[in-house]
Ligand binder design. Structure first.
Ligand code: ZN
Length: 342
C-alpha cells in the first residue's frame, strides 16, 4: 500500500495537528481519485488548529478544502471525466441529494452537508477522494497555485454578488483584510463599486496588499469614508472579520435602508443592542459557501485574469512545512499560504 504524508487534525484540543502517513484512499463508483497539485490554507484550517472553530469535526481528519490537481483514477459510473483532466473541487463532499435545498441547487445549505477537511478527509496530502459532481475543469492557462484559490473566491462572489447584489457606483465597506475580505473587496470592485477595506493597525501589510485591487485601505475608524458622499453611510457593509462584535461597527457605518452581509464567523455571543438595525431599516444577510454556478463564474474570472489572486499568495510550502505556512498566515504576515504535497 502506498502511503503519503498528510496534515492531520487528530483531536479537538488546541494544536492537535501533525504530519501522518496515510493510505491512498479507496474510491466509490461515483468518485474520482484526485492527485493534488496545490492546496490553499484556509482560515478554517487555522481555526481547527487553534481549536476556536464552531463546527463539528470528524477526528482524525486530513485538513484542506481549497485544492486542485489532476484526475488519477475514475469510478466505474463516472462519465465526462478522464484521467489527467485538470480540475478543482467544490467543498460539499457529502450532501443529501434528495433534500429540498439540494433539489433547489442550494446543496451548500443542505443541513446534511459535510465538507472536506472537517467532515471527510481533505486535500493536504497527495491523493483525495472526490465525488465527480464536485469537479470543475481548470483551463490550461490557469496555474494550480491560482486555481486552488477558486474556493475562497467563490465564498467572496457568493457574498458580494449573489447575496448582496452590489451595483456600479455603490459605496462598499469590507470589514477584515483576511483572504475573504480582500477577495470580497476585489469582487465588489469588479461590480463597479467604490470600495474601502478596514483593518487594525496590525493589519497594515494585508491592507497594503488590498490596495493593489484598487480599494482604499483604512486603519481603525471608517466613519469618515462611510459618510464622505452624503453624510448617511455606506450602501453595503461586507463583514468578513472573524468576530461577532464587528456587526456593531457595521451597524454604525451602514446607511439607512442599507445592507449588511456577514460572511465572517465568530462564535462569541453579541453584547449590544440591535436597535440600529430596526431604526435604520437595514437588511442583515448571512452568506455561506457557494454552489455550482458560482464556481463556473469564478473560474472564468480567474482564467481571463479579471480576478487575479496572485497578490494574496504569500508563498508555497511543501505540506511537511505546514506549521510555518499556518503560522505565517495566523500572524497576518501573509494573506494566503499555499501548500504542495510531497
Ligand atoms: Zn476556505
Amino acid at each position: 500500500m502506498i502511503k503519503s504524508a498528510a496534515v492531520v487534525n487528530y483531536a479537538p484540543e488546541k494544536g492537535s495537528v501533525e504530519i501522518r502517513e496515510i493510505n491512498k484512499p479507496e474510491i466509490g463508483e461515483d468518485d474520482v481519485l484526485l492527485e493534488v497539485v496545490n492546496v490553499g490554507v484556509c482560515g478554517s484550517d487555522l481555526h481547527q488548529w487553534t481549536a476556536d472553530h464552531s463546527w463539528p469535526v470528524n477526528y482524525p481528519v486530513v485538513l484542506g478544502h481549497e485544492f486542485g490537481g489532476h484526475i488519477a483514477a475514475t469510478g466505474s459510473r463516472v462519465k465526462n471525466w478522464k484521467e489527467g483532466d485538470r480540475v478543482v473541487s467544490e467543498t460539499a463532499a457529502i450532501i443529501n441529494p434528495d433534500s429540498p435545498m439540494s433539489r433547489a441547487g442550494l446543496y451548500n445549505l443542505d443541513p446534511d452537508r459535510k465538507g472536506f477537511g472537517y467532515g471527510v478527509d481533505g486535500a493536504m496530502t497527495k491523493y483525495v477522494r472526490v465525488p465527480a459532481r464536485c469537479l470543475h475543469h481548470v483551463p490550461g492557462q490557469l496555474s494550480f497555485e491560482q486555481a486552488c484559490l477558486t474556493e475562497p473566491c467563490c465564498v467572496a462572489y457568493n457574498a458580494v454578488v449573489e447575496n448582496s447584489r452590489i451595483k456600479p457606483g455603490d459605496r462598499v465597506i469590507v470589514l477584515g483584510p483576511g483572504t475573504i475580505g480582500i477577495l470580497c473587496a476585489a469582487v465588489a470592485k469588479l461590480c463597479g463599486a467604490n470600495v474601502a477595506i478596514v483593518g487594525l493597525e496590525t493589519d497594515r501589510h494585508r491592507l497594503d496588499i488590498a490596495r493593489q485591487y484598487g480599494v482604499e485601505p483604512i486603519t481603525g475608524d471608517a466613519t469618515e469614508w462611510a459618510k464622505r458622499k452624503d453624510g448617511l453611510g455606506a450602501d453595503f457593509i461586507i463583514d468578513a472579520a472573524g468576530a461577532s462584535i464587528t456587526l456593531k461597527i457595521a451597524l454604525q457605518l451602514v446607511r439607512p435602508n442599507g445592507h449588511i452581509t456577514k460572511v465572517g464567523w465568530g462564535p462569541q455571543p453579541l453584547g449590544f443592542s440591535l436597535d440600529p438595525l430596526v431604526q435604520k431599516n437595514v437588511t442583515l444577510q448571512g452568506s455561506f459557501s457557494h454552489n455550482w454556478p458560482v464556481w463556473e463564474k469564478v473560474i472564468s474570472l480567474l482564467a481571463s485574469g479579471s480576478l487575479d489572486v496572485k497578490p494574496i499568495i504569500g508563498g508555497v510550502w511543501p505540506i511537511t512545512e505546514w506549521h510555518e505556512a499556518f503560522e505565517k498566515m495566523h500572524k497576518g504576515e501573509v494573506v494566503k499560504s499555499v501548500l504542495k504535497p510531497v
